[in-house]
Write a protein that binds this ligand. Structure first.
Ligand code: SF4
Length: 350
């Protein structure tokens, strides 16, 4: 069956009934306030629900509305985001809040084009906020929903295929149930998250729309959705230094733009340095370090590349070094946001 021929209208009621009975009680579902819905949708991009929950609760406690988010100092914002990764999301979240405050007086707009024009908001997020918070018939096709649609229709298009996602959104838009738009969006997301699971593991026996599923009928549910061949991710060697001076550890600010731009880091050099090269690199920074001790190797995977990290720790006799800040433990845990790649070595401090 071509995916355009799927009887989308038939899945609406079974999905809504199933969602009403089985929806997980998640903190962002307590009310449909646009700010809460929007923050949760941005946090949930590329990040698991269980990971997001404590971040979300803390974030909402400290920054309860657009005005608070628009005004929070960037360092504090990044600290609240520390460990979630993809820090550009936090920055564009703030830019969006500033725009909502300056252009709309702190109220999220409810017009599709206006929402779509806000910083950091794509088709998916616009659909999610408009349907969940405003009850508009706007679909939100993320990876979960695309996987469900792919299996239901039995398409040979990859789930990441933009044209397939656009066709799916268009088909769904035509069957959104008046008065239950938010529940319908969430029912599709929920089905993908807890029943129509990825990696060939769908729980078809628990699926409320199994009767309509082309993949189940053809026995192809484990092989769909088809994937586009992934580009291989280049790996780069990096040598990371945990430099201590008394109670403090050396950190520095990364250059703005690019990977982890503007964030704090442990001093680090390109390449896999041996002890002599590491000492020479530290000397070039103006750091007089004592004996270098090797730390275990570590690996960190970013979206488009990965780091294979070699680590050294050393005591320094004086808090000096070009561009370094010597941070006590309370700063490291309280105010300085250190990306996860460097936390792999910062855990050896103090
Ligand atoms: Fe997914 Fe199975 Fe339901 Fe089809 S029947 S939508 S493969 S869980």
């Amino acid at each position: 069956m071509a995916d355009g021929e799927f009887p989308w209208e038939k899945i609406v009621r079974p999905l809504l009934d199933w969602y009403a009975a089985h929806a997980r009680a998640l903190p962002w579902r307590r009310d449909a306030d646009p700010y809460r819905v929007w923050v949760s949708e941005i946090m949930l991009q590329q990040t698991r629900v269980e990971t997001v929950i404590p971040y979300y609760e803390r974030f909402l406690r400290e920054l309860p509305d657009f005005a608070a988010l628009a005004e929070v100092p960037e360092d504090r914002l990044l600290k609240l985001w520390e460990g979630l990764g993809y820090y550009s999301r936090a920055r564009s979240l703030q830019k969006c809040a500033q725009t909502v405050c300056s252009r709309y007086g702190g109220r999220f707009p409810d017009d599709y084009d206006e929402v779509r024009a806000l910083p950091g908001i794509g088709d998916y997020t616009a659909g999610a906020v408009l349907s969940i918070a405003f009850g508009r018939p706007e679909p939100a096709v993320d990876g979960n929903v695309a996987r469900v649609a792919s299996r239901l229709t039995g398409t040979r298009a990859a789930a990441s295929d933009a044209a397939f996602r656009a066709r799916t959104a268009e088909s769904l838009r035509g069957v959104y149930p008046a008065g239950e738009c938010g529940a319908f969006t969430q029912s599709l997301m929920e089905l993908g998250a807890v029943v129509c699971l990825p990696n060939g593991r769908p729980r078809c026996g628990a699926c409320p729309v199994a009767a309509f599923c082309a993949a189940l009928r053809c026995g192809t549910q484990a092989e769909l959705p088809l994937r586009k061949k992934k580009k291989s991710r280049p790996a780069f060697d990096r040598t990371v230094f945990l430099l201590r001076c008394g109670d403090c550890v050396a950190v520095r600010r990364r250059a703005p733009g690019g990977l982890l731009g503007g964030l704090w880091e442990l001093p680090n050099a390109e390449g896999k340095l041996n002890e002599a090269e590491a000492s020479a690199w530290l000397a070039s920074l103006g750091v007089r370090a004592g004996e270098l001790r090797a730390l275990p190797p570590a690996r960190h995977v970013f979206t488009h590349l990965e780091w294979a990290m070699t680590g050294f720790s050393a005591e320094c006799c004086a808090p000096e070094g070009e561009g370094l800040r010597w941070a006590p433990p309370e700063e490291l845990s309280g105010t300085i946001s250190l990306p996860s790649a460097f936390r792999k070595y910062a855990r050896f401090f103090p």
